[in-house]
Design a binder for this molecule. Structure first.
Ligand code: SF4
Length: 314
């Protein structure tokens, strides 16, 4: 990226989309959920209130600048540090992106706001909408996703089902599995029954490969994930590890790496892939950022993840 943006980040490594330019429409951890597995930590603004959390004009001006000066990504994604559909103007921003580039546009949403007709209408402008479902009733919903006060599991199911009926694009549904919490055979069969009702184009199984909000959120082993995938019809896919496509180099700087680590923890290998750098070069940048105390490291599943001190203390 050739300049620093307030509302754009990346391109970042995405296990689903390759190198994805992110558009972040909410302040850090503004979300209707407080998922125990959230890689951004605990939710600090736990709300279902929809408003213009960031200025639409300012965001569109940044997107316009990026398209005119860089514009290199496999995907443009509304995602980031909170729930994007809480932004009251996200549909307007989607419309702008769709009108100005052929790069596919996706929204990563927890699906909680899709019970609202205006949110379904706005979200339907995207090419891909990735929704989530990791529970089967109110109790399990509160255990895994910890929704904002008053929000009911039935609202989520109603919204996701209606959205499928109206949306002509690609609908992907992610089930986040946690060992000992929602990953027994009977738990997954109940989740699977709801996915048959919602009818997404793809069901993807995920688990804690990055540091979660809560220490008690543990990854499901790969072999168990493979067995559970067969409980879905058609079989669910286990999200593969991110692999960078070779669409050319992306400009790198210490600031660009720091910006990426402010959004999500990454390994040195992931940084190398997204920026097309040699690991030795990544090590040099990591060293600079560590010495400046801008980032820190944590061990997870045998890997070292780097994350920014800023995101860690929020
Ligand atoms: S994982 Fe997504 S939906 Fe859950 S708390 Fe984090 S940002 Fe919100």
């Amino acid at each position: 990226m050739t300049r620093s943006y307030k509302h754009l980040f990346g391109p970042v490594p995405s296990r689903r989309f390759g190198r994805s330019l992110g558009i972040d429409l909410t302040p850090f951890k503004t979300c209707s959920y407080d998922c125990v597995f959230c890689q951004l930590g605990r939710t600090t603004n736990h709300t279902c209130k929809r408003e213009n959390y960031v200025a639409v004009d300012e965001t569109i001006a940044e997107i316009r600048h990026w398209l005119e000066n860089d514009g290199k990504a496999d995907q443009i994604t509304l995602a980031g540090s909170g729930e994007p559909t809480l932004h009251a103007g996200f549909g307007e921003i989607l419309s702008f992106v769709k009108a100005h580039t052929k790069t596919p546009v996706a929204i990563l949403t927890n699906g909680s706001m899709l019970y609202l007709p205006e949110v379904r209408k706005a979200a339907a402008r995207a090419d891909i909408v990735k929704i989530s479902l990791s529970a089967w009733d109110q109790q399990s919903f509160e255990r895994v996703n910890r929704p904002a006060a008053g929000y009911r599991f039935e609202q989520l199911i109603e919204g996701e089902t209606k959205f499928r009926e109206e949306f002509k694009g690609r609908l992907w549904l992610e089930v986040f599995m946690l060992e000992g919490i929602n990953a027994s055979r009977s738990d997954v069969e109940k989740i699977s029954a709801f996915t048959r009702q919602i009818r997404p184009d793809r069901v993807q199984l995920n688990t804690c490969v990055r540091p979660p909000a809560e220490d008690f959120a543990h990854a499901v082993p790969q072999a168990a994930m493979s067995d559970l995938a067969g409980l879905f019809n058609p079989a669910a896919e286990i999200i593969a590890e991110y692999r960078a496509s070779d669409t050319g180099e992306i400009k790198v700087s210490k600031e660009a790496i720091l910006e990426m680590l402010q959004r999500r923890p990454c390994t040195a290998g992931q940084i190398a892939e997204v920026f097309g750098m040699h690991l030795n070069e990544v090590a040099k940048y990591i060293g600079m950022l560590m010495r400046s105390e801008l980032i820190t490291a944590t061990h997870r599943n045998g890997d070292v993840y780097y994350f920014s001190q800023k995101s860690a203390t929020k």
